[in-house]
Design a binder for this molecule. Structure first.
Ligand code: ZN
Length: 439
């Protein structure tokens, strides 16, 4: 769903796994894909893998995706602006005050009403984007019932998170009107850690069935690799994603005892063992190199900067339009659409920085996996499969790269996987000290 609400959009941003290919709506939601390439024959296994030409369908998906992305950006500014300039946000606050009486309940009730109305307004675009379009391109296996059920669960998840957490920044706005942006930005760090901790056990299973890997031989091979890579604890899960999609994906999530690598069953079905080993090595790289916590810190800094800019600009808008808006200070819950509007605007501006960082860690996870597995051919065919199966294009334009690409382009992935082989020239490995060589 479109992230209507601030904290929910944080959630979406990071629920996009480390491993995704493109961001759809809002700055940072994502879904990756891998496509099946030619299966490597023994004699071909060392030759470079050509970057596949994108199909007409993939090009059409790419072009229409760019248009849709632009429409989403406008939509995410337009809708909160409508809540504000029509004074509708003020009316929601009045209803919430009649029902809630005290400050805490007014915030919760406002949030619930606001979210449900936003959900309904967004529904047609979400339906087109998440259901109609995915089916039209042959990427989706979802029934309408599953799609709609997931949408409702997504709304429920937002409501619960909002009611539990939204009062915190509003309390800070009230108690510390000059420093709220700093404390709220700081609190983003434990909040995101908490989300990552509970997500694999309490949130993800609401949407799909997670279980141990069915192929025990493959699982044993992966666990041996994990042991070599020094991945502590954690385990490998297979998720029944073929119910929803034909796309391929894998990700690493959780902390401590909730840490896990998750393979979509679609990926297991389409990739051969060597390719899966490379993908697993990539995900293990994210873990060993600390990419989750580094991403949380990096993103929290961007959020703090965004809050600061909101702090510096919201006052001027409130002063100029307070009669239309129906509130005269930011600590009033009626300001929520204004905060969302400004955050969406500033997040759009910082997105290229966020994505550049994301592309950097994706590249390093590839490097880690190549050094660990030393199978350039399987790595390159894995990305060729991602491209084909997920309707990716190998060399997207600059605008796409700056604002949408969470990964290096597929062409860059394949080029790197074909050519990175320092071990053949006896050059030192960048991450050789982090894992044990295969016997
Ligand atoms: Zn990754």
């Amino acid at each position: 769903m479109r992230g209507t609400i601030l904290i929910i959009s944080f959630y979406l941003i990071l629920s996009a796994d480390v491993g995704a290919q493109e961001t759809t709506s809002r700055s940072l939601r994502s879904a990756t894909t891998i496509q099946p390439a030619m299966s490597p024959t023994p004699q071909a296994a060392t030759s470079p893998v050509p970057v596949p030409e994108p199909s007409e369908k993939a090009l059409s998906y790419y072009r229409s995706g760019n248009v849709l992305w632009g429409a989403n950006i406008i939509w995410e500014l337009l809708i909160p602006a409508l809540f504000l300039f029509t004074g509708f946000s003020g009316r929601i606050r009045n209803w919430a005050q009649r029902l809630g009486k005290n400050w805490f309940f007014v915030i919760g009730i406002y949030f619930v009403i606001f979210s449900i109305i936003s959900f309904v307004i967004d529904l047609p675009l979400d339906y087109y984007e998440g259901y109609v379009r995915e089916h039209a391109y042959g990427l989706s296996n979802q029934t309408f019932g599953k799609w709609f059920g997931d949408a409702l669960k997504g709304l429920l998840r937002s409501l619960v998170m909002g009611v539990i957490f939204l009062w915190v920044p509003y309390l800070l706005l009230r108690k510390s009107p000059r420093r709220w942006w700093f404390y709220s930005g700081l609190l983003t760090i434990p909040f995101l850690f908490l989300v990552f901790l509970i997500r694999p056990i309490w949130i993800d299973p609401l949407f799909n069935k997670f279980g141990p890997m069915k192929d025990k031989t493959l699982e044993a091979t992966i666990l041996r690799l994990a042991e070599r890579a020094g991945v502590e604890g954690g385990s490998v899960f297979e998720v029944d994603k073929s119910e929803d999609t034909k796309a391929l994906y894998a990700y690493v999530t959780g902390f401590g005892h909730t840490k896990r690598i998750v393979l979509w069953d679609t990926t297991i079905a389409k990739m051969n063992e060597q390719e899966l080993i490379f993908v697993m090595g990539h995900e293990m790289g994210h873990d060993v190199l600390g990419h989750i916590w580094k991403s949380i810190l990096f993103f929290s800094i961007l959020i703090m900067a965004t809050f600061y800019t909101v702090h510096r600009t919201a006052g001027w808008l409130i002063h100029r339009y307070k009669h239309r808006f129906g509130f005269d200070h930011l600590a009033d819950i009626t300001s929520l659409p204004l905060i969302i509007l400004l955050c969406n605007l500033y997040l759009f501006i910082v997105t290229p920085f966020d994505l550049a960082y994301s592309r950097h860690i994706e590249h390093e996870a590839d490097r880690f996996s190549l050094e660990l597995t030393k199978n350039n051919h399987a790595a390159a065919t894995a990305y060729a499969k991602l491209q084909t199966e997920n309707l990716g294009v190998p060399r997207p334009g600059l605008l796409y790269k700056l604002w949408r690409a969470q990964h290096p382009t597929l062409g860059e992935h394949i080029d790197f996987c074909n050519t990175y082989r320092p071990w053949e020239k006896n050059e030192p490995l960048v991450y050789g000290h982090l894992f044990r060589e295969a016997k």
